[in-house]
Write a protein that binds this ligand. Structure first.
Ligand code: NAD
Length: 552
């Protein structure tokens, strides 16, 4: 039975033992699409997160996807072009149930204005990374990534601890909303600035945020008190980061860590310029988007200059994947790229071994299924410190949103081993229902993004999009249930290409084979991608785990 969804009453949380589709593979994908809307930011507009990231292009397209998933047989493949179903092809039972391509524009045309034009004409939509591919699990999807970044910084700069440290950031949206919880879990006092009071309230309601301050003085006093006592605390301040960051800098205060997750990638539907209220911004989106672009870029120059000031004064400052440096550089901040990107600065050694944000969702809707898999994970990987530490923390601190789900950074072989063990638990009836496995597109084999994932690659291969395309093809050949190729990214056009995958563990032997091939080949290609670029960690992993890398 679906469960009520207090946040969005018209979008119940899927679940229950009865399937409506003919197979659990199709039912699982349908529930995942329902789930991204249930946990999304504005489901009535089909928007899941990141300003325009949609689950389907239009409501008729959405309804046609539902109909196809309900009626399709196992030897068919549903083809989705930018959120609209365009064909149901006869394939075979070991082929994907769904293949999709979202927002891919031909090179010379891959520009924001072309995207906006095609979007308005209803010919394309942006699927974000995990919105269009129905893999988003709420803000918790990025919590571990954000937490691991904070902890890598702690190890490098603060003797492994963030107690008594001040983190300053902005953005409490679909992704950025994970920051207060990740900061608190890391032990820090974290201040998150968002221009929209409703976003802050929402994060507090769902347990991701502790307190909302009345003004900057109040916010800084709360942070200082927590910092002095070494107490973990998350505080939100309703304000514009392009004003608040420079004001904090002007007062001579230097946080220990500074980042930002406003929707700076989108100057029309995302970023709010300083001095503009939300109603005016909403009007201008339709009436005068050019004004918003200009004012937004100008604001971002102040926002980023303040970040650079903090950096000069010794703060650890990083870009958290929202293209704010790119916008600032276009606005004239020549040294914007002195701020490093989080992937290159902190996570590349993990990605080189294809360790990345793996996730699973209990299609039954039962939290007990996730609890059982938490135990399994601790039994299977007792020596993996990242995983065991995370699972213990997540169990205590991370509230479920929508379908109960968990994320854990696992690597090559580990993902396959876990998913196969879970498939056996589904088969034995120990779990209440099938489990869907997926990952963020921000994964070793899955993404080329020269301003985020692949910035500063050792061999200079940052902009080569062959890798995610090869990954998607390998995943189709391996029989994954859903394979997606997304492009666009922050800025919506030309910034990245990524591949996404979902496999449903329904307890069958066929699922065992699909898990084995898809999850193993996905991470194998991730290791190969970094080995090919010459990373020692990847070359070591390739040799130790025999991933099939060919060296020339
Ligand atoms: P979102 O649109 O859901 O939320 C953005 C938030 O920023 C909103 O709450 C908005 O009110 C706030 N905001 C906008 N302008 C502001 C300003 N000037 N000052 C203060 N607040 C402001 O977006 P999201 O899904 O949270 O994503 C945020 C950014 O992070 C996007 O650019 C996205 O592409 C990027 N992102 C990065 C990663 C990663 O792996 N690091 C993952 C996903 C998304």
């Amino acid at each position: 039975m679906p469960k009520p969804n207090p946040r969005h009453p018209d979008f119940p949380i899927p679940g229950g033992p009865e399937r409506r589709a003919r197979t659990w593979r199709a039912e699982g994908l349908l529930r995942l699409m329902e789930n991204v809307l249930a946990v999304g930011e504005a489901p009535e507009k089909l928007i899941v997160y990141a300003a325009l990231g949609r689950a389907a292009r239009t409501w008729p397209a959405h309804d046609a996807i539902v109909k196809a998933l309900l009626e399709m047989e196992e030897d068919q493949t549903l083809v989705i072009q930018s959120g609209k179903p365009v064909g149901l092809l006869r394939t075979h039972k070991d082929a994907p149930m769904v293949i999709m391509a979202n927002c891919n524009l031909v090179g010379q045309w891959a520009k924001a204005d072309v995207f906006y034009d095609l979007e308005r004409k209803g010919l394309i939509c942006w699927g974000g990374l995990t919105a269009g591919a129905w893999q988003y699990i709420g803000s918790q999807g990025v919590i571990q990534g954000t937490y691991e970044i904070f902890m890598r910084i702690a190890e490098r700069r603060f003797k492994g601890k963030l107690e008594g440290r001040f983190i300053l950031t902005a953005g409490l949206g679909g992704m950025g909303g994970a920051q207060p919880l990740a900061g608190r879990m890391a032990g820090a006092a974290i201040l998150c600035v968002d221009v929209d009071a409703e976003r802050a309230e929402k994060r507090r309601e769902i347990g991701f945020l502790d307190e909302i301050a009345t003004d900057l003085d109040d916010a800084l006093a709360r942070i200082e008190a927590a910092r002095a006592e070494g107490r973990a605390l998350s505080v939100a301040l309703v304000g514009n980061a392009a004003e608040v960051f420079p004001e904090i800098a002007a007062r001579g205060i230097t946080p220990d860590i500074v980042t930002d997750q406003t929707s700076a990638h989108d100057l029309v539907y995302g970023y709010v310029p300083a001095g503009y209220d939300l109603d005016r911004v909403r009007r201008l989106r339709e009436q005068n988007p050019e004004e918003l672009i200009e004012a937004g870029r100008e604001s971002i120059t102040h926002h980023v200059r303040a970040m650079l000031t903090f950096q000069e004064r010794g703060a650890e400052v990083f870009d958290n994947g929202n293209l704010i440096r790119t916008q600032a550089k276009e606005g004239g901040v020549e040294n914007a790229f002195s701020i490093p990107i989080f992937t290159e600065a902190y996570l590349r050694p993990l990605f080189a071994r294809a360790i990345g944000p793996f996730r699973w969702m209990a299609l039954s809707g039962e939290e007990s299924d996730i609890a059982r898999i938490d135990d399994l994970l601790l039994e299977m990987f007792p020596d993996n410190k990242i995983v065991t530490n995370w699972i213990r923390l997540a169990r205590e601190n991370v509230p479920f949103e929508g379908l109960p789900a968990r994320i854990a950074w696992l690597g090559h072989g580990e993902r396959t081993e876990l998913a196969k063990a879970v498939n056996r638990l589904v088969a034995s009836g120990e779990l209440a229902g099938p489990i869907a496995f997926s990952r963020d597109h921000l994964d070793a084999g899955g993404m080329a993004h020269p301003n985020i994932m692949t910035e500063g690659m050792r061999d200079g291969s940052d902009a080569i999009a062959d890798w995610p395309l090869l990954d998607a093809m390998a995943l189709c050949s391996s029989g994954a249930d859903l394979v997606a190729i997304h492009s666009g990214g922050g800025g919506y056009a030309g910034y990245m290409t990524s591949a996404g995958v979902t496999v449903v563990a329904d307890g069958t032997e066929d699922a065992d084979t699909r898990i084995d091939l898809s999850l193993t080949n996905d991470t194998a290609l991730g290791v190969i991608r970094y080995a090919d670029a010459g990373y020692a960690d990847a070359l070591d992993e390739a040799q130790k785990k025999s991933v099939g890398h060919i060296r020339t």
